[in-house]
Design a protein around this ligand. Structure first.
Ligand code: FUB
Length: 330
């Protein structure tokens, strides 16, 4: 059913195109209607993850000029209906070392604890909780990673991955992709970072890693988040430490019609299946920008050679009336 917001947006677009009052039943010209976002309000950089029988999304809370201070958590049993679990970390109160620019988090679980990595004032921190919905407590009382001469760009856009052998990795970076090994406690870096920036692409930020059939898929965002051309590319590797091979047609998500600035994504595998979804942000519709964004979902698929097929941000992930993707695997 078309919501009031969509109805108004469609009306505005029709007037803009000079279509209002001119479209007869015989002429089926329709303005392009983008899928509804999955989270209420303005959110971005969605990190989606499965814990137990529940999907979670941890986004950036968008505010003017990215001056954001708090992180929220959202949960869903089917990828369609999402519940706001509330604020899980407020950097103005919960950190001693940063007060603002709380961006692009990621969560992971190990040994019954939940680890929440995030950027604030261009430093990366880690917080811990007994529950995926927090509240999270700063684990170190200081940043885990800070800028230096070796990393002159922003220290942001962190992502944690645990491989099948139990080794944990922490990816991050803007301009260059870096990776640290993490110690078993998930809050201690194990040695200096390795630069993994893919050659033959235009890597900017937002690294994500997933494994399928023994292949490590690296994906990232290109261009500036304020640009309509913000987009997602990918490459593959034989190891979580690269090197990353970039295929010819490596852009898998980019603007289409009113859906622009499509990027900073994460990837969800429905447990026990080979079904995949990309959760990403776009500039809000209507009236969005790089600072006013919405979290969306799209279906993702691989071809028989393991290449990721391009994703159309104008295509809804689910048919009307679908039950979504309940997690059935125990
Ligand atoms: O949300 C703030 C910044 O915008 C993120 O760190 C970038 O990835 C971009 O999405």
């Amino acid at each position: 059913m078309m919501t009031i917001r969509r109805f108004i947006a469609a009306g505005l677009m029709m007037s803009f195109l000079g279509l209002a009052g001119k479209v007869s039943m015989a002429q089926t010209t329709q303005p392009a209607i983008a899928p509804e976002p999955i989270l209420e309000g303005f959110t971005a950089d969605p990190h989606a993850v499965v814990f137990g029988d529940t999907y979670y999304v941890y986004p950036t809370s968008d505010k003017k000029d990215w001056m954001t201070t708090d992180f929220s958590c959202w949960s869903s049993k089917n990828l369609i209906h999402w519940k706001n679990e509330g604020m899980i970390l407020d950097v103005t109160k919960d950190l001693k070392w940063a007060k603002i620019r709380a961006w692009a988090p990621a969560a992971i679980s190990r040994n019954g604890k939940y680890y929440f990595y995030f950027a604030a004032e261009s430093k990366i921190g880690v917080a811990v909780s007994d529950k995926p919905t927090g509240p999270f407590v700063d684990a170190l009382g200081k940043p885990l990673i800070e800028g230096s001469k070796e990393y002159p760009a922003q220290v942001i856009d962190v992502f944690a991955y645990i491989d099948d052998d139990g080794q944990a990795y922490l990816y991050w970076g803007q301009g260059n992709m870096w990776v640290h090994k993490l110690k078993e406690d998930m809050i201690t870096l194990d040695g200096p970072p390795v630069k993994l920036t893919p050659k033959g692409a235009h890597y900017n930020e937002g690294t994500f890693v997933n494994k399928r059939n023994g292949v490590y898929y690296f994906s990232w965002s290109e261009d500036d988040a304020r640009s309509a051309n913000y987009r997602v590319g990918y490459g593959t590797a034989k190891s979580p430490l690269g090197p990353i091979e970039v295929p010819k047609d490596y852009i898998i998500l980019q603007k289409n019609g009113p859906a622009i600035g499509t990027g900073h994504h994460s990837i969800i595998n429905v447990p026990g299946t080979d079904r995949w979804y990309m959760i990403y942000h776009r500039h809000a519709i209507p009236g969005g920008s790089g600072y006013i964004r919405q979290t969306c979902i799209a279906k993702m698929a691989f071809d028989t050679d393991g290449r990721i097929l391009p994703i159309d941000p104008m295509k809804p992930a689910f048919e009307p009336g679908s039950a979504g993707e309940p997690i059935t695997e125990k």
